[in-house]
Design a protein around this ligand. Structure first.
Ligand code: HEC
Length: 154
């Protein structure tokens, strides 16, 4: 009995380690919202580079779902009411760095979302994403993990 119990310990430890170590699907360690220093850096980046369109409180532009006459969509919210959280971190990073170009938008797609690759470092982009993710409530993080797990790697 004792030997059997002892034999179970490594398996249990492994399981526990898996729970602690494996990040939820869609999460990239470079946008870790638990890293307070990164989130603080990201808040500054967000305020300087993103807030003018996506809102000081991540609320987006008014009527962001409506395409105005010029055909270009307004900036969506980055808070729980938007769809930013539907995407894995890798996609959010690519959109922020390159803008809405293929493969994340159709070729020739016209958008007011700038490409930040020339003005922000990768580190600054990941920090801004960590700051954005920090604002999402636990239910949204859980729903995101569930959605991305079902969707599979992409
Ligand atoms: C000049 C205005 C403007 C600024 C500044 C701006 N954005 Fe955007 N952003 C937009 C618009 C407009 C869209 C939606 C475009 C579309 O769907 O056609 C968008 C979309 C996005 C998306 C895709 C969201 C989704 O759910 O598909 C991400 C991610 C994003 N922005 C991140 C950022 C980050 C991070 C910053 C700051 C580093 C930033 N944006 C700064 C205008 C802006």
């Amino acid at each position: 009995m004792r030997a059997k119990l002892l034999a179970m310990i490594p398996a249990a430890a492994l399981l526990l380690a898996a729970c602690v170590e494996v990040p939820p699907p869609g999460d990239d360690a470079r946008a870790d919202a638990r890293d307070a220093a990164k989130v603080a850096r990201g808040a500054a980046v967000y305020e300087r580079s993103c807030a003018s369109c996506h809102g000081a409180r991540l609320e987006g532009q008014p009527n962001w779902r409506m395409r105005p006459a010029n055909g270009r969509l307004p900036a969506p919210p980055h808070d729980a009411s938007g769809h930013t959280w539907h995407h894995p971190d890798s996609v959010l990073f690519a959109i922020t760095r390159h803008g809405l170009v293929p493969p994340h938008a159709p070729g020739g797609y016209e958008s007011d979302m700038p490409a930040f690759g020339g003005s922000l470092s990768d580190e600054e982009i990941w920090a801004a994403l960590a700051y954005i993710k920090k604002q999402w409530p636990a239910e949204v993080l859980a729903a995101r993990a569930e959605m991305l797990r079902n969707r599979g790697p992409r």
